[in-house]
Each structure stands twice: as structure tokens, then as C-alpha cells.
Design a protein around this ligand. Structure first.
Ligand code: NAD
Ligand code: ZN
Length: 346
């Protein structure tokens, strides 16, 4: 399913040659158009005609208006059910492109060619597609699986450092919830640049893929991947609504700090373990000012989280380094304490 590309991208050409696609559409954003598309097209060898679909870059584009524009363009260009959509970009492109492909004419085939660390290790894997609604993240979407995922780590060479670190948050999460060795390998990295991180990408992709293989539709163990995301998503949404968006990985790092402390407050891990985890996350991530958001605002978003059932907030919390519990209901007081803990760290 996931293939690491060699420099020739021959695996993509072989895949396309084996199928009889009527037309190929390549979805990019303005940055992947500039930095990744030339290399991609330089290696694409196919007789099938292709069109480039470009969107502006940024989370703000992951909405129904952009999806609608793409559906309309596909219609105008007479894309039929044998068309292929190639999503060449970060998580915004793979989430949005996957959503558009899975709904257009009740579904056309798509492949993901992730170009950010976050999309390589996380967003492009696992079949979750979607768009944001109002200020809520990923509120509308589908489970739809790409035919293939092609990963070319050299794309990371042009990725801004801030974006690289954002993806590093999800890699740290994979270690924390499922693989102590992966966590320990990652925290040995002193200067997390593309060269230092590249070697650990396959390990991180594998952790996510294995979890998804066991529980594709998030009935049980896949929920552990939401560690850091309950509080993280709430803060990410509030910052977006405040027109001061933060990166997804930055929000997840913040969420992991709060939820690690919460794991300690709930008696799931000891203080020393929690402190070591938090100190290591802090080494890589600047703190985010959440003093402008009060507990009521944050709770209102927490209560709207997709993972909830019966109006109870479901957390995924650490029970050790490399192990995670899901559907865990915490005392409201402890959730508030974990937010207060973060505010005092900043
Ligand atoms: P992104 O797609 O916005 O990319 C980040 C920035 O990097 C953008 O400006 C983009 O244009 C630019 N960029 C991409 N590749 C580049 C390259 N090689 N060189 C230079 N610039 C490049 O953001 P992201 O961090 O990749 O993904 C975040 C999104 O992924 C969020 O919407 C999040 O909800 C989603 N996500 C989805 C899943 C899932 O399971 N579906 C999992 C995690 C995150
Ligand atoms: Zn995430």
C-alpha cells in the first residue's frame, strides 16, 4: 500500500500503466505546484492526458467552497468514473483531495503523494478524508482509501522548518502511544532537520498503518491516535476562529503536553514519567499563548469533539511510554487543572 519512491518515480508510472484511467487530475496547492510538481511531472511517463488543479495553500482552503469548486472543475473537464486524482501535497491536499475524490460521482480512484512530514507519517495514511466546517476541524468527511501512497522523503528539502516540526509532533505521538523505541530514537535527535528525521519516517508510517490495519473504522485501538488531539483540536479551532491559526502539529504538541499531565492527574502514569515526556516535547515546540481562551470556551469545543458519545468527553491517555488507553472519561476538574498547568508553563 505504501511505497517509498526511488528517484525515477517508476513505481507510479507502473501503477498508472497497469490501470486504464480515462484522465488524470493532479491536485496541488501553490507551494507544491512550485516545489514538488516540476520533479513529479519530470518523472511522469504516461500516455494518459492530465490536468493540474491548483488551490491556494493553507488550512483555510479545507472547506466546502473549495470542495465545490473542485467538483465543478471535474464536471466541466468531464472527469468520468475512470478518472484518477493524484493528491500531491500536505495534509490539506490529501484530506481535501481524498474527500473530493470519494464523493465525486460516488467515488473515483485517488492516490496520495504526500509532500510534508505530517502527511507522510500521518495524514495520507488511514483513509480519513475531510473538510472543516464553521470553526470545527474535519467535521465533514469520509473514510476512503487511496489506491496507493507514494512517499518521496526528498520533498522535505523545501519544506519550511516550522512545517517539518509540525509533522514531528505526530511522529512523537506514534512513539508515545505505541512504540517506546520509536519515541526514544526520536528524542535523541538534537537538531530535527529533514536529514536527521528521514531515517525514522518508515518506522512512523508503519506504526500508523499497523494501527489502521487492526481498526480501520476507529471502533477501538485507532482511537489511540487521537492522543493529544482532544485538547489540541479545541485550541487549534479557537486559534483559527481568532484568525491567529496555529499549525496542526503545534496544536497536537500542546495537546500532548496537557493530556500527558492529565494522564498523571488521572493516576495512569507517575509524575516522573509525565515530566520527562513533557520536557522532551517542550524541547522541540515553542509554547502557545492560550491565556485568551477561558475554560468555558475550551470545554464547549471539547464537548463537540467527534470522538464523544453521550455528551461525555472521550480522551486517549497514556498508560506508559508506548502505551495508550482510549475512551477514557476524566474528571472535569482534572481537565481544567491540565489547562492551568499548560498556562503556567508558558
Ligand atoms: P499543509 O497541507 O497545509 O502543508 C503545510 C504547508 O507546507 C503548506 O503551506 C504547503 O503548501 C506547504 N508545502 C507542502 N509540501 C511542501 C514542500 N515539499 N515544500 C515546500 N512547501 C510545502 O499541512 P500539513 O501539516 O501537511 O497537514 C495538516 C492537515 O492534515 C490538517 O488539515 C490536519 O487536520 C490534517 N491531518 C489529517 C490526518 C488524517 O488522518 N486524514 C491526520 C493528521 C492531520
Ligand atoms: Zn493529527
Amino acid at each position: 500500500m505504501i511505497t517509498l519512491l526511488d528517484n525515477s518515480f517508476s513505481q507510479i508510472n507502473e501503477f498508472i500503466a497497469e490501470k486504464s484511467f480515462s484522465k488524470i487530475f493532479i491536485l496541488v496547492d501553490e507551494n507544491t505546484h512550485e516545489y514538488c510538481l516540476p520533479q513529479f511531472l519530470g518523472n511522469l511517463e504516461t500516455e494518459v492526458t492530465f490536468e493540474i488543479l491548483e488551490i491556494e495553500a493553507g488550512e483555510e482552503m479545507k472547506n466546502i467552497q473549495t470542495a465545490n469548486q473542485l467538483w465543478e472543475i471535474l464536471t466541466e473537464m468531464q472527469a468520468d468514473r475512470k478518472a484518477l486524482l493524484i493528491n500531491l501535497g500536505g495534509g490539506v491536499v490529501t484530506d481535501l483531495g481524498g474527500f473530493v475524490a470519494s464523493t465525486y460521482k460516488r467515488g473515483i480512484q485517488f492516490i496520495n503523494v504526500p509532500t510534508t512530514l505530517l502527511s507522510m507519517c500521518d495524514a495520507s495514511i488511514g483513509g480519513k478524508t475531510g473538510i472543516d466546517l464553521m470553526n470545527y476541524k474535519n467535521m465533514v468527511g469520509t473514510f476512503a482509501f487511496p489506491e496507493k501512497i507514494y512517499v518521496y522523503p526528498k520533498f522535505l528539502e523545501t519544506l519550511p522548518h516550522k512545517e517539518l516540526i509540525s509533522g514531528f509532533a505526530e511522529m512523537l505521538k506514534h512513539g508515545l502511544i505505541a512504540d517506546k523505541k520509536h519515541w526514544e530514537d526520536l528524542i535523541k535527535i538534537q537538531h530535527p532537520d529533514a536529514a536527521a528525521i528521514e531515517a525514522f519516517i518508515p518506522q512512523s508510517m508503519e506504526i500508523k498503518q499497523e494501527i489502521v490495519n487492526v481498526d480501520c473504522f476507529e471502533k477501538n485501538i485507532r482511537k489511540t491516535l487521537n492522543f493529544g488531539h482532544t485538547i489540541g483540536h479545541a485550541i487549534e479551532s479557537l486559534c483559527l476562529a481568532d484568525e491567529k491559526p496555529i499549525l496542526h502539529g503545534e496544536a497536537v504538541a500542546l495537546g500532548m503536553i496537557c493530556e500527558t499531565h492529565l494522564s498523571f492527574l488521572e493516576g495512569l502514569i507517575d509524575k516522573e514519567t509525565a515530566d520527562v515526556v513533557i520536557e522532551n516535547i517542550q524541547r522541540y515546540f515553542c509554547s502557545i499563548d492560550i491565556s485568551g481562551f477561558d475554560d468555558t470556551q475550551i470545554f464547549s469545543l471539547l464537548l463537540n469533539d467527534k470522538k464523544n458519545s453521550d455528551l461525555v468527553i472521550n480522551f486517549s491517555l497514556l498508560s506508559g511510554v508506548g502505551s495508550c488507553l482510549y475512551d477514557y472519561n476524566c474528571k472535569d476538574e482534572n481537565i481544567k487543572k491540565s489547562l492551568r498547568f499548560y498556562r503556567h508553563l508558558s
